[in-house]
Design a protein around this ligand. Structure first.
Ligand code: GLA
Length: 380
């Protein structure tokens, strides 16, 4: 990929570009907990975005997407926001850097990616972190990695309409080869956990389903959680987020909030605890417990949080039927992948059966991605 990016860069803008890369992510457990101040447990993967960039001595950005074969130029003022969604991510990162007092000189860039789009692997966070990292480096801004992650998150909020949490951009900025990262999204304390489950493999099964209204449905889930937390706060003023609440406190407000908000909150409170339980089980090498908790998360995401769909529930059921150790929908939901923890000797049979049975039911094969936990944003 780097070679073709370099060639395109040289043909458009000449010599002297510097290469940067960043990564998509998986999340073992801890879904929809980040914007509730809870724990997440992601890792960066070996699929990401690579860009070649050079300052151009003007106040304009010229960016070329190799995947879309499309060039976009924009200025760095608020009024210059481009219409193309891929370019809005880059524009947003520039604007959010400037808002934080960083310098953004005009630049030329060519980039490409291999994170499957809409699969729940955070291709957008990979793009944001790659440019946030590169702009920081090229302008000697010395913005720290937490703030680089927040630049990506604010880009989603302010230029792309998704009120996401910090997980994806954090994983993409802090990812390290071979380790998952447990992050407390309230305090931003984090810990690396080497992840090399002997005898098991992590495999993603991509339903290739993408739901149009995913971002408005995502924002709606967040509102439900905030409503529930606000109701609980009336009785327990010390709480800040839903992750600070327990099940008893939620039960106290059952009659005061819509049933839907109650179910969303019930899921989140359970999920925050499951992340801690998975980390404990991992430290004991108890993968059966890890897997069982993943199934519990799927149940919650499907029935309480309602972000699964028929195709993902089908894949989850099939995994259960085949004695796959753990399986669940991953990421924001409304389509995308299941993440599966599979014993090595079951792996091939599982993958073949998933392809065949899914195709028989839905008319197309799912895509299969093996997961390699890798480094996040960096200069190449
Ligand atoms: C998306 C968001 C994240 C997180 C997940 C669900 O990936 O970008 O912030 O909320 O969904 O866990």
């Amino acid at each position: 990929m780097l070679q073709s990016i370099k060639e395109k860069f040289e043909s458009l803008y000449g010599e002297g570009g510097v290469a940067y890369a960043s990564a998509g992510r998986i999340n073992l457990i801890g879904e929809h907990t980040d914007y509730n101040g809870g724990y997440v447990f992601p890792g960066a993967i070996d699929k990401g975005i690579t860009a070649v960039i050079k300052l151009n001595g003007t106040d304009k950005v010229n960016a070329y997407s190799l995947d879309y074969n499309e060039a976009v130029s924009f200025g760095l003022e608020e009024a210059d926001a481009p219409a193309q969604s891929w370019a809005r991510y880059i524009f947003g990162v520039c604007r959010e850097t400037i808002k934080r007092g960083g310098k953004v000189a005009g630049f030329d860039a060519v980039f490409a990616g291999d994170v499957p789009l809409g699969a729940g692997l955070s291709s957008s966070a990979a793009l944001e972190s790659c440019f946030a990292y590169a702009i920081n480096d090229l302008n000697n801004n010395n913005i720290d990695k937490f703030e680089l992650a927040r630049i990506g998150q604010s880009t989603e909020h302010n230029y792309c309409g998704v009120k996401c949490g910090i997980m994806d951009q954090f994983a993409s900025c802090f990812g390290q080869k071979g380790s998952l990262i447990r992050l407390n999204c309230k305090t931003m304390e984090y810990k690396y956990f080497p992840f090399n489950p002997e005898g098991y493999k992590l495999v993603l099964v991509d339903s290739c389903v993408k739901h149009e209204l995913a971002s408005s449905a995502y924002n709606k889930r967040r509102e439900s959680c905030e409503n529930a937390a606000a109701a609980i706060k009336k009785n327990h003023p010390e709480i800040e987020f839903l992750s600070d609440c327990n099940r008893l406190w939620l039960d106290e407000v059952r009659g005061e909030i819509p049933q839907e908000d109650f179910l969303r909150a019930e899921y989140v409170i359970g999920e925050v605890q499951r992340v801690l339980d998975v980390c404990d089980a991992l430290e004991r090498g108890d993968y059966e417990t890890v897997g069982e908790l993943m199934y519990q998360t799927h149940f919650g995401l499907s029935r309480l949080y309602e972000v699964s769909c028929e195709e993902l529930d089908f894949l989850n059921k099939l995994a259960r039927k085949m004695d796959v150790t753990g399986s669940r929908v991953m990421g924001g939901g409304f389509g995308g992948c299941t993440i599966n923890l599979v014993k090595e000797d079951l792996y091939q049979n599982f993958v073949d059966t998933a392809k065949a049975e899914f195709a028989a039911r839905f008319g197309h094969e799912p895509k299969i991605y093996d997961v390699v936990i890798s480094d996040g944003a960096r200069k190449l």
